[in-house]
Design a protein around this ligand. Structure first.
Ligand code: GAL
Length: 671
């Protein structure tokens, strides 16, 4: 199935800051010359240009931007036009200090950096809406305009009085203006915390309330809601004046501060910024984490292609050590994004800043200023390759398997006090259960608890600690109707308010679905793992494990250590027409991989191709294109099941296909 594509080709472009070169406009001409050479077809402009776009209040100067857009258009480059709210001009903060953010300390920040604004301030919202309207009015008919880029990497929170008030109003609404309802859900009988009025509540803080998990959970939800309403406020004039131009906002990997699965509902196209840490001795793990994120962002709109809005063409400047990626790495990582559903490869940044904080951040055009650099040649070569992949454009990815990763569950698992407080790593656990599928060429979605399970043959929900409204009923119905559902330790412990379920775990009917009762949970010391056996092999038991009673479930694995040796560690239960598995322990070893091997056979989930790959390679099919990757540090070989065309070089390939370090291939059946 294809989506109406944003562009007829894969987008190849990135953040372009001509505003930094306003005094040397000849550079702009050089830019478009170089863009042609680099096979660039898109430029993201205006992200941090507010002080030039509105040099003084109410006086807009868009002429320079129009000149830039004209030049881009004349050279076949589309514009992703940004709204500038991510960084504001000094005059604005000077005149309206309320627009600046108040940190948790209660102290208002001074003017500086970026992403330093209040999310509630009516003045700031108004100023943003005004400039967005002016931009839309001016450029609505500009032929270069292809997409709106709203702000930049929304993040953080503000604790000012306006935000406190907004938080209280939000709570009033959530708890039906009934403070006792709030007291009940927050369990405020504990430590004498019963409020008598909403005005007594404020945001969680280190020097204030930070031991009421339900308060913090609600604060996270509120911060998400404030970001969403800020985003909506930005979008209003754009929708009105440019109804046909889609909007996006760039998200940041697994950033915990905003529930992206919620925010995703408010944009037309998902985009995110991908910065793996290459060449630090863990390339495969980095690739897995980023693949997981690609699949997560793609799944936010049920398989609709997303954009990789930023990535670096070379190194970054903000890590402790900013190692250069190996030649070929950037192309490999870019193709991984495309394989997993991206319709773009975009960079931060086109041209390196001459001064400022990011002057040493990788860019397509270095300070040398010409095309005769390794990085430029690499980008241009990738641009040519992307032009061979038109048939990927708009191509949705369909998966029969889903792994659940849910922001609210992340918040809750990050924060409870109990069991093992050292290493929660919810994301790491989800990635562990995701990897076996990528390594076997089986497409996999990464969905939230509230997404539709019935689209999948197999759903794996690791560490499903917090159950949102209706989730246990939906799991039960899914399995009843023939689904395969896997969960792990600490499943169904708390409800959406972070109140523990009573009556034994996992919550409610899940005990019947899984056929188990988890009576206790043990925590393991870092250097003293336990042991469990499954399928004739022994695995380490790390971090935490549930001690189970099998109440109807078949026992597939047992503990081999501690006072609960011999009790069930892995179970399988038939429930209705389906099957539910409970893997009661975390293992840092190969357990998840081995278990998934059996699961794949049991659920009849077949790889998307008959190509044989070692587990160290990744394979993904998008439409008829088959993408293969080697992210390990040695060459790896796949066994092709039939003759293929190597799409990127036009060669016929069959038999053994060896990919070097940083290697990738895009194949198509030549039958
Ligand atoms: C991103 C940000 C860009 C740039 C980049 C550097 O997070 O959106 O503006 O700062 O990081 O890696």
């Amino acid at each position: 199935m294809k989506n109406a594509p944003l562009f007829p080709h894969l987008i190849h472009g990135g953040d372009y800051n001509p505003d930094q070169w306003i005094d040397t406009p000849e550079i702009w001409d050089e830019d478009v010359r170089l863009m042609k050479l680099a096979h660039i077809n898109s430029a993201t402009v205006g992200i941090f240009a507010w002080s030039l776009l509105e040099p003084e209040e109410g006086r807009y100067d868009f002429d320079w931007l129009e000149t830039v857009l004209d030049k881009l258009h004349a050279n076949g480059v589309s514009a992703v036009l940004a709204t500038p709210s991510g960084a504001r001009p000094p005059w604005l903060a000077q005149k309206y200090p309320e627009v600046l953010r108040v940190e948790e300390s209660g102290i208002r920040n001074e003017y500086g950096v970026r992403h330093n604004h209040c999310l509630t301030s009516p003045v700031y919202r108004e100023k943003v809406r005004q400039i967005n309207r002016a931009l839309a009015e001016r450029f609505k008919d500009h032929p270069a305009l292809a997409l709106w880029h709203i702000s930049n990497e929304y993040s953080g929170a503000c604790h000012c009085d306006l935000c406190q008030q907004a938080f209280r109003d939000w709570l009033r609404k959530r708890y039906h203006n009934d403070i006792d309802e709030l007291n009940h859900y927050w369990w405020n009988g504990f430590w004498s915390h019963r409020f008598t009025d909403f005005s007594q509540i404020s945001s969680p803080k280190g020097r204030g309330e930070n031991h009421v998990p339900a308060l913090t959970l609600d604060w996270n939800r509120f911060v998400t809601a404030q970001h969403v309403s800020f985003l909506e406020n930005e979008i209003v004039p754009l929708r009105e004046l440019t109804p046909d131009v889609p909007v996006t906002t760039n998200m940041m990997c697994l950033y915990p501060g905003i529930d992206y699965q919620e925010m995703a509902k408010h944009v037309d196209v998902i985009s995110w910024d991908s910065y793996p840490q290459w060449e630090h001795g863990r390339n495969e793990q980095e690739a897995l984490t980023h693949a997981f994120s690609h699949d997560l962002f793609r799944s936010m709109k049920q398989g609709q292609p997303f954009l990789m809005m930023e990535s670096t063409p070379a190194n970054v400047n903000w890590r402790d050590v900013n190692k250069l990626p190996l030649p070929g790495r950037q192309a490999q990582a870019s193709l991984l994004a495309v394989a997993l559903g991206a319709d773009s490869v975009q960079y931060f940044q086109w041209r390196k800043s001459r001064g400022g904080h990011e002057k040493f951040h990788g860019a397509v055009v270095d300070h040398a200023g010409h095309e005769n650099t390794r990085v430029f040649r690499q980008v241009a070569a990738l641009g040519e390759q992307l032009e061979q992949l038109d048939e990927a454009v708009g191509r949705r990815c369909e998966s029969r398997v889903a792994v659940v990763y849910d922001w609210e569950n992340r918040w809750a698992t990050d924060r409870y006090c109990g069991y093992n407080n050292v290493r929660r790593d919810y994301a790491g656990e989800c990635i562990k259960w995701y990897a076996p599928f990528l390594r076997r060429g089986i497409a996999v979605d990464v969905i939230s608890e509230t997404d539709d399970f019935t689209r999948y043959d197999l759903v794996i929900a690791p560490y499903l600690y917090l159950l949102k409204e209706g989730v246990k009923e939906r799991i039960a119905a899914y399995v009843q109707n023939g689904g395969h559902f896997v969960t792990t330790y600490l499943c169904g412990v708390v409800d959406p308010h972070d109140l523990c379920y009573l009556g034994g775990l996992p919550a409610g009917e899940l005990k019947d679905v899984f056929g188990v009762w988890a009576e206790e949970t043990d925590a393991l010391l870092e250097n003293a793992p336990g042991r469990a056996s499954y399928g004739g092999r022994t695995y380490s038991v790390d971090h935490v494990c549930d001690i189970l009673h099998a109440d109807g479930a078949e026992i597939l694995g047992t503990y081999e250590s501690d006072f609960y040796a011999g009790s069930p560690a892995v179970t399988k239960n038939s429930y209705g027409k389906g099957t539910a598995y409970y893997c009661a322990f975390r293992s840092d070893g190969d357990f998840a991989d081995d278990f998934c091997e059996d699961l794949i056979a049991a659920c009849g989930v077949a790889p998307d191709t008959a190509i044989q790959i070692p587990k160290s390679m990744f394979l993904r099919k998008r439409g008829d294109l088959i993408f293969l990757f080697n992210f390990t540090d040695v060459p790896r070989t796949a066994e092709l099941d039939r003759p293929y065309l190597d799409v990127l070089n036009g060669a016929a390939v069959e038999g053994a296909l060896t990919l070097p370090v940083c290697g990738y291939a895009v194949l198509k059946s030549s039958d």
